[in-house]
Design a binder for this molecule. Structure first.
Ligand code: PEP
Ligand code: MG
Length: 834
């Protein structure tokens, strides 16, 4: 037999549970326990609300009876977690001709009429889904009732229990609706999440005396700094004060009338209530209150809405005032929230005219004029005009343009494409793989089907956090790296138990990473040091060298430049480990592709254009990612690695002479066979011996291998015998395990994820089942052969919380990630360690 659904009055001892009655009901009980002036309130459990949706009502006579005759009631939703939403609040249930007459006696006919009309309108629109337009404008209760009757073909109900039954039923059913279900599931709600409801006696004040309603909070929602903000509306109800122009300030304010001017004691009582809630509920609460002839009632309190920055500020402030322990402050911040502090962001609620959407490849937002080439980007920067570099895809040639631009937009590519990796390193927002952009570099236009054509110079905003490309300039909020953020990072450092290093290619990156605090450089991609104009030319000379002698001459010119780079890095890192990866990309990436560039190169090298074009063609590969790159270049053109090793050792000597003893770490990329390591190692040992003899200074170095091919993972045992460390390059390892080009995957990745072929883009989130298994296997085989082996993960995944957890559990020594991912990785590492 089905039992009658029940309800519980919220008293200090009632059995109210968050997982049965929802968050709001539980919170109200806590306020009651704190002796706050909460009006009589009843909680309906998830089961009761389910029964109501099925057509079974609790004993509403008894429920309404609890509040006394003529009481007006509010009904609010109470889901388990506020983020899961719920139907909106309905006020003034119980309003009928009789209560309206009674109210007219005490409040005057105007107040009674306004309250009654408002209720009829909300009952008609929210309970019976009638057209809101029929109830708009200056209408009286009589007209509102007539409009209701015309649509419903029955009079407006006068019985409070009938009204309440309809309100409860409509709210219970709204919760079961498909849209509501999808919305809450997107917020992480389980399929069977329940809704609780809270019925509360309304405090409606007499016309005379200080009466009205307000909402107040004690921190700024933008910064989290202490600050009373809120509004109070004399004679108002509910949250009306937040939307009505006639509302007043809470605290005395030179800009206009404030509640404190007429009711200082009540405002002080609100301050005290906030202080008590902060201490006992351990949260910053926003309070909804009413005054009835000066008497304060607290109707509701919710977690104060806040930006990412405010979220960090509040957690740190609560810990500093010993309301919560530090560990809890660390645990309260979802790691990705920090992205909202490190970069400029499009302001929440700002207008967004979305032109198209691509893959969110580097977080943050920027506004600027569209440019289509490095030349246009640098010219724009020289004029002081912010620009957005738009390319089909980027290559090392575009680096200067990327430095000059505020953000990067590419038609192709994904999260580990060249554009994305460089943008993250530079801290620039990037949207990659915006495949619906039709880019015409010759006409200098972009077209999105159905939209107007965009030309060079038109203003767009890129939101690299959402992947959206917006038309025009959007309103932004600035990053905030000091104060609470710095403190949180300090606490994370104390708590975490895995190293966090940075992928830093230039002294600028290293300096940026030092602002976040890191345990060293885990990956310095040395090729990125060759991208300035002079070095690029010498590099090209080296590539075009006819013989070993000419090649050596070019490399001799590069050597001092590299040495200076390393000296700077060592200095900046102050004795912390620096892992330098030897040259990795295919050589053709250093060559121009367009006609203009080829002609300029021919001129610089004093060669016929046809020769240059031929040579460039000869260097082209069908699949350069699997071609002549990494250690394959090291074996076939050994002079490059030799030059780099010499530069590293000479820099080591120079830096050690200045003080800090440096032990450089040299890393070989794209290894597939043990023999590759042996060959490169013996060449590097030879160079080390030469530099020692020549300088008379002794030094050591550590040689390691990047495990980024499946074979290197499988053969990690024998490779480890020649390696002090193995660093898993999960970008290439993902590419090669899946047989999926990291530059082209963007074209179909969203279709794959949408259809559930992949649960996530494996370049974004480490594929623990496949790639992860290779990593674990390689780590295990490496450590078995060499127990003191250092293990690390340095692909772009390194900054993701899931990969940090994976690496910790696998006993890795550190992860290494892009500078701007360091804070997220540190916080995640701390949370896993707590
Ligand atoms: C990798 O492959 O994971 C890696 C870190 O190297 P890169 O991205 O430079 O190929
Ligand atoms: Mg790689």
């Amino acid at each position: 037999m089905l039992t009658t659904p029940d309800f519980a009055e919220i008293t200090p001892t009632a059995a109210i549970r968050k997982d049965r009655h929802g968050n709001r009901a539980k919170c109200l009980q806590r306020l009651v326990r704190l002796d706050m002036p909460v009006p009589p309130t009843v909680a309906l459990s998830f089961d009761t609300v389910r029964a109501i949706a099925d057509g079974r009502m609790p004993d509403l006579e008894a429920l309404v009876g609890l509040f006394g005759p003529g009481a007006l009631l509010s009904v609010r939703s109470s889901s388990e977690t506020p983020d899961w939403g719920g139907p909106g609040t309905i006020l003034n249930v119980g309003m009928c001709d009789a209560t309206a007459d009674a109210l007219a006696e005490t409040h005057g006919p105007d107040v009674a009429g306004a309250v009654y009309t408002r209720f009829i309108r909300s009952y008609a629109v929210h309970v019976h889904r009638l057209d809101a337009d029929d109830f708009e404008g200056p209408i009286t209760p009589r007209l509102a009732k007539a409009a209701y009757e015309a649509e419903m073909e029955e009079p407006f109900p006068q019985d409070p229990t009938v009204q309440l039954a309809e309100v409860l039923r409509s709210m219970a059913r709204a919760w079961e609706g498909t849209t509501a279900r999808l919305l809450r599931q997107a917020q992480g709600a389980p399929a069977d999440a329940g809704l609780g409801l809270v019925v509360q006696k309304m405090a409606l004040g007499p016309a005379q005396g200080i009466s009205g309603a307000g909402v107040v909070q004690f921190i700024s929602s933008d910064t989290g700094e202490p600050q009373i903000t809120g509004r109070y509306l004399p004679r108002g109800q509910g949250r009306q004060a937040l939307t009505e122009g006639a509302a007043q300030f809470i605290e005395s304010d030179p800009r206009g009338p404030a509640l404190e001017d007429v009711a200082p004691e009540q405002v002080q009582a609100l301050r005290d209530a906030h202080g008590l809630m902060r201490k006992r509920l351990r949260e910053e609460m926003q309070i909804e209150f009413t005054l009835m002839d000066g008497e304060l009632s607290i109707l509701d309190a919710v977690r104060t809405p806040r930006s990412a920055r405010a979220e960090v500020a509040v957690a740190v402030a609560l810990a500093e005032s010993k309301v919560i322990p530090r560990e809890e402050a660390l645990n309260r911040i979802p790691p990705y929230t920090l992205n909202g502090l490190l970069h400029r962001q499009v302001k929440a609620g700002a207008d967004r005219d979305v032109l198209t959407t691509g893959i969110p490849a580097a977080p943050g937002a920027a506004t600027g004029k569209i440019v289509f080439s490095t030349t246009a980007a640098t010219a724009s920067a020289a004029r002081g005009e912010p620009c957005i570099l738009v390319r089909r895809e980027t290559s090392p040639e575009d680096i200067r343009g990327m430095h000059a631009a505020q953000a990067i937009l590419t038609e192709r590519g994904g999260v580990t494409s060249h554009a994305a990796v460089i943008a993250r390193g530079l801290g620039l927002p990037c949207v990659a793989g915006a495949t619906s952009l039709q880019l015409d570099p010759r006409k200098k236009t972009i077209t999105v089907p159905g939209r107007r054509v965009f030309h060079e110079g038109d203003i767009i905003t890129l939101d690299g956090s959402s992947g959206e490309v917006l038309v025009g300039a959007a309103e932004m909020i600035e990053p905030a790296l000091g104060g609470a953020f710095a403190k949180l990072m300090e606490w994370a450092d104390d708590a975490r138990d895995i190293g966090i290093r940075v992928n830093a290619d230039t002294p600028e990156d290293a300096a940026m990473a030092q602002r976040f605090g890191v345990d060293g450089i885990g990956l310095c991609r040395t090729e990125h040091m060759f991208f300035d104009a002079i070095r690029m030319t010498v590099m090209r000379e080296m590539i075009f060298a006819e013989n070993a002698q000419d090649r050596a001459a070019s490399l001799d010119r590069l050597l001092p430049m590299q040495r200076e780079d390393f000296i700077k890095l060592f200095e900046l890192m102050k004795g912390q480990p620096v892992t330098i990866r030897l040259f990795d990309p295919p050589l053709h990436e250093f060559l121009p592709r367009d006609r203009e560039g080829i002609r300029a190169l021919a001129e610089a090298l004093d060669l016929p254009v046809s020769r240059v074009a031929q040579r460039i063609e000869a260097l082209q590969e069908f699949n350069p990612m699997l071609g002549m790159r990494g250690v394959r270049l090291g074996i076939t053109v050994p002079e490059i690695y030799e030059m780099q090793a010499r530069a590293i050792f000479e820099a080591t000597v120079a830096s050690s002479e200045k003080g800090a003893a440096i032990v450089p770490e040299i890393m070989i990329p794209l290894v597939t066979a043990c023999r590759e390591v042996e060959i490169v190692k013996s060449a590097i040992d030879g160079i080390a011996a030469e530099v020692r003899t020549k300088s008379g200074v002794d030094f050591t170095y550590r040689l390691g291998v990047m495990v980024e091919t499946p074979r290197a993972a499988l053969r990690a045992g024998e490779i480890a015998e020649h390696s002090a460390f193995l660093s898993f390059g999960t970008n290439d390892l993902t590419q090669m395990t899946y047989g999926l080009s990291r530059d082209d995957a963007g074209r179909f990745m969203s279709a794959y994820v949408q259809q559930g072929v992949f649960s996530e883009d494996p370049f974004r989130q480490l594929d623990v089942d496949g790639v992860g298994e290779l990593v674990l296997l390689g780590a295990e085989r490496g450590r078995a052969a060499r127990p003191e082996l250092t293990l690390a993960l340095c692909g772009e995944h390194g900054g993701h919380p899931e990969s940090v957890d994976f690496s910790r559990r696998a006993g890795f020594d550190y992860v290494s990630c892009s500078p701007y991912r360091v804070p997220v990785a540190k916080l995640a590492a701390a949370q896993f360690a707590i």
